[in-house]
Unconditional design. Sequence first.
Length: 84
Amino acid sequence: MIMMLLVSVAMSAPAMAASVTNKDGDTQVLVIVEDGSRMEVALEPGSTETICPSGCFVTLPNGDRMALNGGEEVEIQGGAASVK
């Protein structure tokens, strides 16, 4: 009974991931560090990716770094990011 309740609560919790949209005309590569793991994500022009479901650090193409907690909407334009 308790296990069913825990599963139900976990499934009803909304996913809190960040979304990143590339509004540039060129592919942009982000470096993401999440839970100690590093990966690169290439965003094609006009594409949107969902990243960082449990928070992360992102290095942008222009070298800026930002911390994301999840739930943010990030737009990349001119290699720089703005958070909505």
